[in-house]
Design a protein around this ligand. Structure first.
Ligand code: ADP
Ligand code: MG
Length: 628
């Protein structure tokens, strides 16, 4: 990524270069000839002021506000102290390096902001809405629900919607990280934030801009920095104590030894003053304060480029420690797109049975329901449908053409006391019963089957390779179906025939102490489980609001393999954070000890401090790259 400097950064860079050149000339001159102090003081004060005048100004302003522990104030005291102690080159050098560090830090933060901003590229600037047969260019938030918009090739799709006219292919890379375009045509849905590639399409909006996928994602990413990881909180607290302590130590170091040693000579005072200045130079915790949040920022930004949205650094911290991954079956490990294998009617015909089932299911978002509706093919007249009640983990109870029906699994049949029987075929058996007086008539069942997702098996192997100990599947489906899926995928545990509430208690039972538990679902009726797990992961979130809201980590597409990627990114980020913390604290402690002993002078301190900052920043920026 090429980085353009801002105007301010360019100015600072110029000042640093000019000051450094002058400084170098002075150094050489100082080495070659004996220069008296009244000449060498201004000689070094010039580059000092050129590169550091704004630091001094800011420091003065801060004193007026009572901010004594501000890093610029500390730099000012340290450098002026060094001038006072007669260490002119050192004083100028400290300022020079400090400013170099500042410039560096500005560039790095700007760059990682930009990497998130490139994700922000999904924000559409305008929408072309068709009103009274005319095209109007408006801001996306002026388009109402149900209006028709026109999207030309090369334009961003501004709102979620359904295609009315035309066909095209859509690039979802900005949301999912997936570069292969997806073909779409009439009556299929398109998601805001994706890019229309080839054809002109007319779209009927299914959300306002505020409710659209793109707004939800932007909000999520923008808020992610407010959820801090434990290390981040630790660093903030640490910094609050560290700086005052070191400053107090510096003052004591400048005063006590000369007094105790009882020597009034200027050389002794000077010696301890220099040592105190060393303390002030390393009293700034910037390497930590900057690099730790920067690492998380980079990690979250890098992940979002791969279609993995992480709602906060705290979830990254948990994700790095995951040793149990619990999956919902339908729509998570399996495609959630059921094929109808057979229809076994009772009392009525096959077509009539499918018609009733599809009508009853037409208001449900459950994958089973949607598959039955899809299989029905013909249009379902919504006016046929009366009240509908969804019974989670069992099915639906719905009024069709004025008659009550139950459509669902065996548990639902028991609930309505139908005289039902199981099927000899394997698969998800959806039974249908009709209200008849106080009882019900059993109308037969539909056998449907789901396919395992293409990458599920590889994803499980990958997770095992990462050291995940338990791979658990929870499902409301029947035992034989569940076990066959689990066997094919090599899962360690399976729990079948669970109601949504049972899933919560199973997850509670699996929660460990050290190792963390991640639950992966599709966001449809598993919100309580997503909340209960250490990390709730929702997949297939493109267009699903429920998933975006209730999960901690959101996978934009529905590939289970992204879970291993999320663990890898989290672990890498945590490793980099730890490296920076240990490295920065170690070097600072070393400088403090050597400085107090008079072994390390100002040169050592400034190299150490700014060097640590720059190395920590370079290390932090690495989190943006996605590990493979
Ligand atoms: P899963 O754990 O596989 O996601 P759910 O808990 O959502 O499953 O549902 C469990 C079972 O209940 C389904 O396999 C299905 O047999 C039945 N079921 C749930 N919702 C419906 C529905 N809307 N229509 C028919 N059957 C349903
Ligand atoms: Mg489910």
């Amino acid at each position: 990524m090429k980085t353009k400097l801002t105007r301010k950064q360019k100015k600072l860079l110029t000042r640093i270069i000019v000051a450094a050149a002058l400084f170098a000339v002075m150094m050489v001159a100082d080495k070659l000839i004996e220069i008296p102090w009244f000449i060498s003081l201004p000689m070094f004060a010039v580059p000092y002021l050129i590169c550091g005048y704004d630091v001094l100004l800011a420091a003065f302003k801060n004193i007026a506000h009572g901010q004594v522990f501000d890093e610029r104030f500390l730099m000012m005291v340290a450098t002026l102290g060094a001038f006072g102690a007669g260490e002119y080159p050192e004083a100028a050098a400290v300022m020079l390096f400090y400013q170099t560090g500042e410039l560096f830090q500005g560039i790095a933060v700007g760059r990682s902001r930009k990497s998130i901003a490139s994700l922000m590229d999904i924000r559409p600037d305008y929408a072309v809405v068709i009103r009274d047969g005319k095209e109007e260019l408006v801001s996306p938030d002026e388009v109402a629900l149900g209006e028709t918009i026109l999207v030309k090739p090369g334009e961003k799709i501004p709102l979620d919607g359904v295609i009315l006219e035309g066909a095209s292919s859509v690039n979802t890379a900005a949301l999912t990280g997936e570069s292969a375009p997806v073909d779409v045509s009439v009556s299929e849905t398109v998601i805001s934030g994706t890019l229309n590639l080839t054809g002109v399409i007319k779209v009927r909006t299914t959300s306002t801009f505020g409710e659209s996928t793109v707004s939800k994602i932007l909000e999520l990413v923008e808020n992610s920095s407010s959820k801090k990881a434990r290390v981040e909180n630790f660093i903030t607290k640490f910094a609050r104590w560290y700086t005052p302590c070191v400053v107090i130590a510096a003052v004591l170091l400048a005063v006590i030894p000369p007094v105790v040693l009882g020597i009034g000579s200027w050389d002794v005072w000077k010696e301890w003053l220099t040592r105190a200045c060393v303390f002030l130079v390393v009293s700034c915790p910037c390497a930590l304060v900057v690099s730790v949040p920067l690492s998380f920022f980079g990690g979250i930004g890098g992940a979002s480029k791969a279609g993995i949205l992480i709602k906060g650094a705290n979830y990254m911290e948990q994700m790095a420690k995951v040793d149990t991954v619990v999956f919902d079956k339908t729509g998570t490990l399996t495609r959630g797109v059921f094929k109808i294998d057979d229809i076994h009617p009772n009392l009525i015909g096959k077509d009539e049975l499918l018609d009733i089932a599809a009508a009853a299911e037409s208001n449900s978002s459950h994958p089973v329901a949607q598959s039955i509706v899809r299989a029905h093919e013909d249009h379902i007249d919504k006016s046929r449908i009366g009240s509908v009640e969804e019974i989670a983990g069992k099915g639906v109870k719905a009024e069709v053409d004025g008659i009550g029906y139950y459509v669902g699994n065996g548990a639902l049949m028991d609930l309505c006391k139908a005289d039902w029987h199981d099927c000899h075929l394997t698969g998800n058996i959806i039974h249908i019963a009709r209200q008849a007086g106080t009882g019900v008539d059993y109308l037969g069942h539909i056998i449907i089957n789901d396919e395992i997702k293409e990458d599920s098996e590889a994803a499980m192997a990958d997770l095992k390779k990462l050291g995940v100990k338990r791979l658990v599947m929870l499902t409301g489906d029947k035992k034989n179906v569940a076990e066959s899926v689990a066997g094919k995928l090599g899962l360690t545990d399976v729990f079948a025939e669970l109601l949504p509430a049972d899933k919560v208690s199973k997850v509670e039972g699996l929660l460990g102490d050290a190792g963390k538990l991640a639950f992966v679902g599709d966001g449809i009726n598993d919100a309580p489980v997503l909340m209960r797990a250490d990390v709730g992961i929702a997949m297939g979130a493109m267009g699903s609001d429920a998933a975006i809201e209730s999960a901690d980590i959101v996978l934009m597409d529905d590939k289970p393999s992204k879970i291993a990627d999320a663990i890898r990114i989290s672990r890498k980020t945590m490793r980099i954070v730890k490296e920076n913390v240990v490295f920065a604290l170690g070097v600072k402690a070393l400088i403090l000890v050597l400085g107090a002993l008079g072994i390390a002078g100002m040169w050592f301190a400034v190299f150490g401090d700014v060097g640590v900052l720059i190395i920590a920043i370079l290390n932090a920026v690495r989190t943006m790259r996605i590990p493979k």
